[in-house]
Design a protein around this ligand. Structure first.
Ligand SMILES: [Fe+2]
Length: 323
């Protein structure tokens, strides 16, 4: 926040500061206006994002930041919760906070923009798009999306890697004969497995060299830190074992709990293979990518030691048969 006295700030800065300062109240007021059934974790997250975009629009004097967010969210969350009602309530809440916190001339910029936001909320959504969005996303995905956005902001490379691991996990799960629900669960586990890295210092995450012992110990804390983050959110708590145990090794020499063999949750054993393979074929700050064939050889070398042998075999099929 700028250290300028309020009188020295521009109108845009005053408006943005008032929206940011009122964020908790705006979110609470907006949710209070929804029916009890609609006051979900996802609705709370999306309301908070609305307020962030609102403050960013005010600061930039560019309200398309907010209207394009509203437009995309109404499409994306159609069928999951009533995004249009939520945004209408949030708009009203912003307006009432501004009435009490800024002078009328400063608040006017928001009232002018409000028409555009209302138009975005009211835009008709086609049934086909809404149905597709409903199939692809549910409330859990909204929560995961939000966590991934946080990871993206602190470490874009890890977020990109996590999306790829999610895809490998989904393909591995299918190859291993999993049910549809297991495929979804594993895909989500892959997506979120490294969320604990939001707590790892960037100079360690981005070190263009191998880490020393002390740095490695700090890096390793991400498994437990991630488990804590995921466990705190009831909707995604079932992903905790995958997050905590994805660095366990099949022979019992991994971390954080030195579990071995079947004591390592199955989901974590799958994530471990997908994670290692994708890390090897991906760019890293300290080394160039390996060819997929070389990465598969490394998995085979670790078969039964670092990795569950059945899952290594399935990974070879996924990569070589494009399963
Ligand atoms: Fe990890």
């Amino acid at each position: 926040m700028s250290a300028l006295p309020i009188s020295g700030r521009t109108k845009a800065e005053r408006l943005a500061a008032a929206v940011s300062a009122g964020a908790p109240r705006i979110v609470r007021t907006a949710l209070d206006r929804l029916s009890a059934a609609d006051r979900t974790v996802a609705a709370k997250i999306v309301a908070a994002r609305f307020v962030e975009r609102c403050a960013a629009s005010a600061a930039a004097g560019d309200w398309t930041i907010l209207t394009s967010f509203v437009d995309a969210a109404c499409d994306r969350y159609a069928g999951i919760f009533t995004a249009d009602e939520l945004f209408a309530a949030a708009l009203e809440a912003v307006s009432s906070v501004l009435r009490t916190s800024v002078d009328p001339a400063t608040g006017l910029a928001f009232e002018r923009a409000r028409f555009d936001v209302e138009a975005a909320i009211a835009r008709p959504r086609t049934f086909a798009r809404a149905a597709a969005a409903h199939e692809a996303v549910d409330e859990v995905d909204v929560v995961l999306d939000d966590l991934l956005t946080q990871l993206d902001q602190s470490d874009a490379l890890t977020a990109e890697h996590s999306r790829a691991v999610a895809s490998w996990c989904g393909r591995l799960a299918k190859r291993l004969g999993s049910t549809k629900d297991e495929v979804v669960h594993l895909t989500r586990a892959g997506l979120i497995h490294d969320i604990g890295k939001v707590t790892t210092p960037p100079e360690i995450l981005g070190a263009p060299r191998g880490l020393d012992d002390e740095e490695m110990a700090i890096m390793r804390r991400h498994a437990e830190a991630g488990a804590y983050i995921v466990h705190e959110v009831a909707l995604i708590r079932s992903l905790t074992p995958a997050v905590r145990s994805h660095h366990e090794r099949f022979d019992g020499t991994g971390y954080p709990d030195r579990l071995r063999f079947e004591a390592i949750p199955w989901v974590a054993r799958v994530v471990a293979v997908a994670d290692s393979f994708n890390a090897m074929i991906g760019r890293r700050p300290y080394r160039p990518p390996l060819a997929p064939s070389v990465a598969l050889e490394r998995l085979v070398e670790g078969r039964g030691e670092q990795f569950d042998p059945d899952i290594v075999d399935a990974m070879i099929d996924v990569v070589t048969l494009r399963a």
